[in-house]
Ligand binder design. Structure first.
Ligand code: FRU
Length: 482
């Protein structure tokens, strides 16, 4: 009853982070942290989905198994780098040595391993690239999740890290051949980011250098950092960038300035969360065939105080967001469902929204776009009696709330829109619903809320509007996962 129709999910068992996402030889690949047969998590493999259009996804099997001394307790997260017609995968091999260890500072092997594929399905033997002894001596045993990219005539790798005294950091390595890696810089992040950064990403968006990471241990605030662990990106606005140039007497960031720049960048003041909902973590970006930067996130969070028991009862847990296109305005990254998603639309219905307007649907999977919104002081969209998204015009705040226990422990999450490029005005809302997953995109992806939602029934669903006038288009969604 809760399995999705158009979001990547495990065939059965558990899924967490997307891994190795890339476009290679005419196909899109999304690997994922996978515990087959263990819907509550367990041994970590890489599962593998493929697609020719980023919309219709086919599960093609297990790509990496934790089957050697350097990864025997988990083929953890990592990335793909496509070079010269070869797909190269870099990931963390997790090893837990038996004994009485804390597994933070002692007892754990955390190795970077690599393998190659020339056809996207058969994998080479694994190469061991970095082991514990290769990391700086002030690092704990939590160094992981390699992200590799090329710049100039060399390659860079970023790893997420926790220092031995529990401070957040990233390690920047450099290589000429992707086999021998030399530490370029330990980037100590702002201590307000907690004790650990995991799942780093690095890319450019127009002229902006964007570093993404997942900080663990931040202090929660009323309208920021509301989940147990956060997921977001660091980037500078044009004027912050100019300040950095002038204080360093440079006119661009050369490769040799890379580490210095990261040292400045990894501060809370440059950090924005990707998503304000309950279920978003460890996203990965990749470049589409036509150059667009695409982001897919895990629609889940580790160690969350709320649950997905209803999905576990069906033998599976967790899924991915739809692929989102990224765009940047004034140093703020917008994330919006890829335009290809329109290929899944059927049964279009258009209507005018006015207060107390109710739309009925019997579909378990839909997409509704609400535009040209004129909002009263307080405007709300209700999904059944279960979910409300309320916009407070004076406060410039959006609040997502679950009622009737349909959030399985999820309560409310808020997003402060006042400092965003749109100035806090609500212009449009897009709601993707898929059996037990909601993705709500506000103002073309300026703010996003991703959350699991467990309606008691699907055969009579309502969408009700209060305090607003708008135009709306509704579509049912075709099935796209096989
Ligand atoms: C993030 C994470 C990664 C790790 C993986 C293990 O959710 O903890 O840091 O590589 O999951 O499944």
């Amino acid at each position: 009853m809760y399995r999705h129709k158009y979001h990547i999910l495990p065939p059965e068992g558990w899924l967490n982070d997307p891994n190795g996402s890339c476009y290679f030889n005419g196909k899109y690949h999304v690997f994922f942290q996978y515990s087959p047969g263990q819907p509550e998590g367990g041994d970590k493999y890489w599962g593998h989905y493929e697609s020719v259009d980023m919309i219709n996804w086919k599960y093609v099997g297990i790509a990496i198994s934790p089957d050697m001394e350097y990864d025997c307790d988990g083929a953890y997260s990592g990335c793909a780098y496509v070079d010269d017609g070869v797909m190269e995968l870099f990931y963390t091999g997790n090893v837990k040595h038996p004994g009485n260890y804390d597994y933070i500072n002692e007892g754990r092997g955390h190795n970077v391993l690599a393998l190659k594929s020339i056809d996207g399905s058969h994998m080479s033997d694994k190469d061991v690239i970095l082991i514990n002894a290769d990391y700086p001596s002030d690092m704990s045993c939590h160094v992981r999740d390699p992200k590799v990219w090329r710049e100039g005539n060399g390659y860079f790798m970023l790893l997420g890290a926790r220092t031995r005294d529990s401070k957040p950091a990233l390690l920047l390595y450099k290589s000429q051949d992707k086999k021998n890696w030399k530490l370029e810089q330990t980037v100590y992040a702002d201590e307000k980011l907690g004790y650990m950064l995991e799942c780093p990403d690095y890319f450019t968006l127009e002229d902006n250098i964007v570093v993404a990471a997942c900080p663990q241990g931040m202090s929660h605030e009323d309208m920021r950092f509301q989940n147990i662990y956060e997921s977001g990106y660091f980037t500078m606005t044009e004027s912050e960038m100019n300040d950095f140039y002038s204080s360093n007497n440079i006119s661009e960031i050369s490769l040799s300035d890379r580490g210095e720049f990261l040292n400045e960048l990894l501060q809370v003041k440059y950090f924005t969360e990707w998503d304000m909902g309950f279920d978003f973590y460890a996203p990965q970006s990749f470049e589409a065939a036509d150059g667009r930067r695409i982001l897919i996130g895990w629609a889940g969070v580790p160690d969350a105080p709320y649950n997905n028991d209803a999905s576990v009862a069906e033998g599976w847990q967790h899924s991915m967001t739809v692929p989102g296109e990224l765009d940047v305005k004034d140093g703020h990254v917008y994330r919006y469902p890829i335009r290809e998603l329109a290929d899944l639309h059927i049964n279009e219905r258009r209507f005018e929204v006015e207060s107390d307007r109710v739309i009925h649907t019997t579909s378990e999977a839909y997409d509704i776009r609400i535009t040209e919104i004129g909002a009263s002081e307080s405007a709300t969209v209700y999904i059944n009696q279960d979910v409300s998204l309320t916009y407070n015009r004076d406060m410039k705040v959006c609040t997502l709330s679950f009622h009737n226990n349909t959030g399985a422990g999820r309560g409310s999450r808020k997003a402060d829109m006042s400092m965003l490029p749109g100035g806090g005005v609500l212009e449009n809302i897009r709601i993707l619903f898929d059996q037990s997953l909601l993705e709500i995109y506000i103002n073309d992806g300026e703010t996003v809320f991703t959350s699991r939602y467990y309606p008691k029934r699907h055969d009579d669903m309502t969408i009700r509007f209060e305090g607003m006038a708008a135009e709306a288009v509704y579509w049912d969604m075709k099935e796209a996962i096989s």
